[in-house]
Design a protein around this ligand. Sequence first.
Ligand code: AMP
Ligand code: GLY
Length: 422
Amino acid sequence: MKVMVIGSGGREFAIGRVLKQDPAVCEIFFAPGNGATPMLGTNVAIKDYEELALFAVDNGIDLTIVGPEGPLSEGVVDVFKAKGLVIFGPSKAAARLEGSKVYMKNFLAKYGIPTARYIETDHIGDAFKFIDSLTAPIVVKADGLCAGKGVIIAMSHDEAKVAVSEMLSGKSFGDAGKRVVVEEFLDGYELSMFALCDGKDFILLQAAQDHKRLLDNDEGPNTGGMGAYAPTPLVDDIIYEKVKDRIVRPTLAGMQEEGAPFEGVLFIGLMIVNGEPITLEFNVRFGDPECEILMPLLKTPASELFYKAATKQLNTLKVEFHDKYAVGVVMASRDYPYSNSEPAEIIVDEIHHEEIARNTHIAYAGVSSEDGKLYATGGRVLVCVGIGDSIKEARDRAYMLCGQVHYAGKKLRTDIAYQALR
Ligand code: AMP
Ligand code: GLY
């Protein structure tokens, strides 16, 4: 099978890596890929989706997997399907679950899916009235995509009102903030769950926990995610069943009713409050770095899983996972998340201990290559992944690998998976 992966991050590297190990896959393309994806396949520098679909037709690509949200919201899946290609990801219409927080919250409310109490409005008076009915902290969200920065946790009513005013006036996020969601603060622990969906059936992967803040002890600014682990012991079978019954099944049924059946990865951002899973948000793609730790836990060949998901055959698949844990530690560049840093050469020391070498690997993200050398080009540079029989073992292996990776300005958290280990 020939497979193309759309995207350029560690998430797409991780998908390519499991495809590379899959005997059913003979060739892998990345569009556009990054400086390290040529280790796994061929980078394709075509930006236009029509042209990319023609490339897929001309090259006999059997399956395309879309990593990031951008191309999904822009309708890449619709373009590929119009040419009769097999592609895994939601249509433009279904991708609205992530693209608009207002759409998502109204969808959750319409189908009775548990979520924080909220108001969505473009009217400042209504927003203020709702704020006054809540106790602080209060959560204020811009409607549109703001690169992960559109959520303010206000510690007082006044702070919430300032956030709303700045969003509605267009001051903070331009048009993306001209409608807002104000909602109650949920106090619990946060998890990421991923349901691979084919419009009707789904497979729920193991629950993962991300670490969004830049610094240890969950301090510092929000980031795309500084590390993750799975499966998390913070979830038991009862919570899995609740997530399936109360969130995934009604979402799939609801999206069918809306005329936009959901195919692709439903990323459920969850808050577990007193044992009850509450939906914080939906994304329509894998999380990054969650994907980097979930892919190596898959025992079922990735090509089979994604192909069946893309061709409405998930009901014929019994997915299997390795009975292991995975921990991924993100290594970022010096100025992350504020700005890109100067490119810095990456040196990876060889690991001589055979068992550790076998149970660790790197998923590359923000890297370029020149003359056979890899350079950190800013943002999240790579993820060091450790696999083990316990979270502690996996974590220790991941950190051992981190110690072998060198570049100027390397930055990482030292406490990934702490909630599972305390
Ligand atoms: P979102 O983009 O909606 O996932 O929000 C970004 C982050 O803000 C989440 O990952 C949570 O950590 C936090 N957050 C969002 N909504 C709430 C809420 N209602 N209660 C508590 N924390 C929240
Ligand atoms: N790691 C969270 C995300 O990908 O949005």
